[in-house]
Design a protein around this ligand. Structure first.
Ligand SMILES: [Fe+2]
Ligand SMILES: [Fe+2]
Length: 187
């Protein structure tokens, strides 16, 4: 039984013995938020989060490029949508970096190998339609990879799981926005 749980009695079916819990919390205090009850493989989670971080950074860069290029071809509402998405991807990147540090890891912001770590691609796109379509493809990649990560984490790291669920919901909104833009533009 993990962590010396349970006294073999049904009176305490769920919570650890409080003394044992306190003693465990005192050991390894340097690990901060990561306690003995943390069930996931931390190295794997940090690696997955760094891939998600790279994905978000690539999405920030691609959306910003699209924002300025769309503005150049006088597609102001679309340009505004790209900027909003870019800023939201940046917020996701920040949340993920913060969680990596909480888990005792280091967020990888290195431009070297960024595209290799990212799930999504950086496609510039020739026309406005190309840009929107490429962004939609990237969102769909992000949606699938976040869904997979959430499935992997499940009960082992519910905090990271919840954070990713929030991000996933926003990626789904982004994909929906882009689909509407494509429909609006008659494609
Ligand atoms: Fe994102
Ligand atoms: Fe997104």
């Amino acid at each position: 039984m993990p962590g010396g749980l349970g006294l073999g009695m049904s009176k305490q079916p769920f919570l650890s013995d409080i003394q044992a819990l306190r003693a465990r919390a005192r050991q390894h205090v340097e690990q901060g938020a990561v306690t003995a009850g943390y069930k996931a493989d931390r190295d794997v989670v940090v690696k997955l989060l760094n891939e998600a971080l790279a994905t978000e950074i690539v999405c920030v860069l691609r959306y910003r490029r699209h924002h300025f290029m769309a503005a150049g071809i006088h597609a102001e509402p679309v340009a505004a949508e790209f900027l909003q998405h870019a800023n939201e991807e940046q917020a996701h990147a920040d949340l993920i970096a913060q969680r990596i540090v909480q888990l005792g890891g280091e967020p990888n912001f290195s431009p070297e190998g960024l595209l290799m770590r990212s799930h999504a691609e950086y496609v510039e796109g020739e026309t406005l339609i190309d840009m929107i379509r490429e962004d939609l493809v990237a969102e769909r990649i992000a949606i699938d990879s976040y869904r997979e990560m959430i499935g992997y984490l499940r009960s082992d790291d519910p905090t990271t799981g919840r954070m990713l669920e929030g991000i996933l919901a926003m990626e789904e909104e982004h994909a929906d926005d882009l689909k509407s833009l494509l429909e609006h533009l008659g494609t």
